[in-house]
Ligand binder design. Sequence first.
Ligand code: F6R
Length: 242
Amino acid sequence: MITIKVFEDYNEMSAYAAEIVKEVINSIKKPVIGLATGSSPIGLYKNLIEMNKSNQVDFSQVTSVNLDEYIGLSGDHPQSYRYFMNQNLFDHININKANTFIPNGIADDLGQECKDYDQKLQDLGYADIQILGIGSNGHIGFNEPDTKLNANTHVTGLTTATIEANARFFNSSDEVPQQAISLGLGGIMKSKKIVLIANGTNKAKACKSFVDEYIDPQIPASFLKLHPNVVVCLDKEAASLL
Ligand code: F6R
């Protein structure tokens, strides 16, 4: 079931989403949190950092699993998702980095890396809470619009739309890796709770289409309607077509 919350602006949206994550972490002995990168969760992570500094939330028992990583970028590359997570969250909270998992985009055997990542998720019992952004094309993780979608962690090509959207983090779109490792829909849907955050008019169309009645692999986020506990947090602009 999807609950939609609309907020005045990005800051209010981020603060609310952070409260949800805090409550989950504080109510479980060994919480597993599923994390996303990109612009959308930066405010949420800032709130979590502040909450950690003011002792409202403790990350010492937390394990994290990220959704995806670019293929070909090592963890010390400034555009890798490992680097992003260190910069925007892990370096500022009391999490044990040994308990932070992100697919290895430079693994020798990428197929094995995907299998091992799914095994890791299964061993952890999947995320107690999964944070998601949404692509303007409706993707979640790097599950891009297609005629069929992967259930498991997999290597995927990125669509032109995604490469162009992510070019803002690189010097040019030529530098954006064309492939990534991503959790599949199965790994995402097995999370106990999901919080999807989206802001800005460029997300309005995707937000409208995914909450519509139908489930469509061309709008991967539409599968979230099958999940029992999804909270969608939007700013006014992202909600403008609902
Ligand atoms: C990132 C991820 C992607 C992003 C999405 C939105 O780990 O899985 O699905 O959440 O592309 O990106 P932003 O937030 O940059 O608009």
